[in-house]
Design a protein around this ligand. Structure first.
Ligand SMILES: Nc1nc2c(ncn2[C@@H]2O[C@H](COP(=O)(O)OP(=O)(O)OP(=O)(O)O)[C@@H](O)[C@H]2O)c(=O)[nH]1
Ligand SMILES: [Mg+2]
Length: 317
């Protein structure tokens, strides 16, 4: 598939644009209550300035490497983006790779992000899942091969900026819009879904709509991965203990209407063995045991999951 790398090579700063007005209009449409809810939700995102909390369209992120492909983790709050990064980091380090946070991604006024970058290694190897003051909302890491080549960048942003069930119609903040169209790096979108997620089919329908919203914005040459996260909670396992991919795929297809429609393979020959133009993978970071003091002991799962995920990422970058 052809990709265009015409970027001048300068830092690409993704910044608020005309979207600010669009965002405010959306808030106006849903009224004061939703605005309050948005601000309440955003106020929980650590490291943002007051202005960024009030208006997420002013959030600045900078991708300083305009060449290396970006893998965008698209998932609602607590969908497992941070734990994916952590589990993948442990796996890749064991294979001789380096996973290095990029401190430039957020302005240096975001002291919280700077601390997350410094402590990323410690958090990735902690016996506890990050909570409270260690919750990771923004993160851009570079994956460097054992031979020193930077293979990809993986980008995490706060889940509520992708989907917030309290404000399901809220537009994507400007920085996410800009990631989708303004920056030139080749992109792979990893859409995170989970069986029986969200508490009701209504919430899943709304999330499915947001996924489709993003799919409409994505460039045709961007690559797509769907990951069914937290698969350890699934009821669909084969006798050999591995996830039953076809049953899980069908369940996701039923529970998140139309999210695959855009990627139906219409080639009359290849569609018989490859009906869709994306990769579908299951993932589990491991097990999480509450301690009683608000923390969770984290035990990484077997390498099978990060190994599969990394194989699929490598194929799509
Ligand atoms: N059972 C199970 N639980 C998981 C798994 N991954 C994450 N979790 C649970 O989900 C919680 C949230 O995971 P995170 O990785 O922090 O979620 P996130 O998508 O980064 O959330 P935000 O940064 O708030 O958008 C964890 O604290 C775990 O309790 C998994 O593979 N299996
Ligand atoms: Mg996170």
């Amino acid at each position: 598939m052809p990709f265009n790398f015409n970027d001048p090579g300068n830092t690409v700063e993704i910044q608020q644009e005309q979207q600010t007005q669009q965002y405010q209009n959306a808030d106006n449409q849903v009224g004061q209550t939703s605005t309050d809810a948005a601000q309440a939700a955003d106020s929980k995102i650590k490291g943002l300035s007051d202005t960024e909390i009030k208006n997420p369209d002013t959030i600045i992120v900078t991708v300083s490497d305009p060449k290396t492909p970006i893998v965008v983790l698209f998932g609602a709050k607590t969908s497992g983006k941070t734990m994916t990064l952590i589990r993948l980091t442990k796996y890749l380090e064991g294979m001789g790779y380096n996973v290095v946070p990029d401190p430039i991604f957020r302005p240096d006024t975001d002291m919280y992000y700077q601390r997350m970058c410094k402590e990323f290694g410690t958090l990735a190897h902690s016996d506890y899942a990050p909570v409270g003051n260690d919750v990771m909302s923004f993160m851009l890491v570079k994956v460097i091969s054992p031979s020193g080549r930077t293979l990809c960048q993986i980008l995490e942003a706060p889940g509520e900026h992708y989907f917030d069930s309290d404000i399901p119609d809220r537009l994507f903040p400007a920085y996410i819009e800009n990631i989708s169209h303004a920056i030139k790096n080749r992109k792979t979108w990893m859409f995170i879904v989970e069986e029986n997620w969200g508490g009701s089919q209504t919430v899943r329908d709304l999330y499915a709509k947001k996924i489709q919203d993003m799919q409409r914005r994505i460039k045709p040459m961007d690559r797509i991965i769907f990951t069914c996260h937290k698969v350890d909670k699934s009821n669909h396992f084969r006798p050999d203990g591995r996830p039953n991919i076809s049953a899980i795929f069908q369940n996701i297809k039923n529970q998140y209407p139309h999210i695959f429609d855009r990627y139906v393979n219409r080639n009359p020959i290849t569609r018989w063995f490859s009906p869709y133009n994306f990769d579908f993978v299951t993932f589990s970071a491991g097990t999480f045991n509450p301690t009683g003091d608000g923390r969770q002991v984290y035990t990484p799962g077997e390498d099978f999951y990060p190994e599969q995920l990394w194989r699929v990422i490598k194929k799509n970058i």
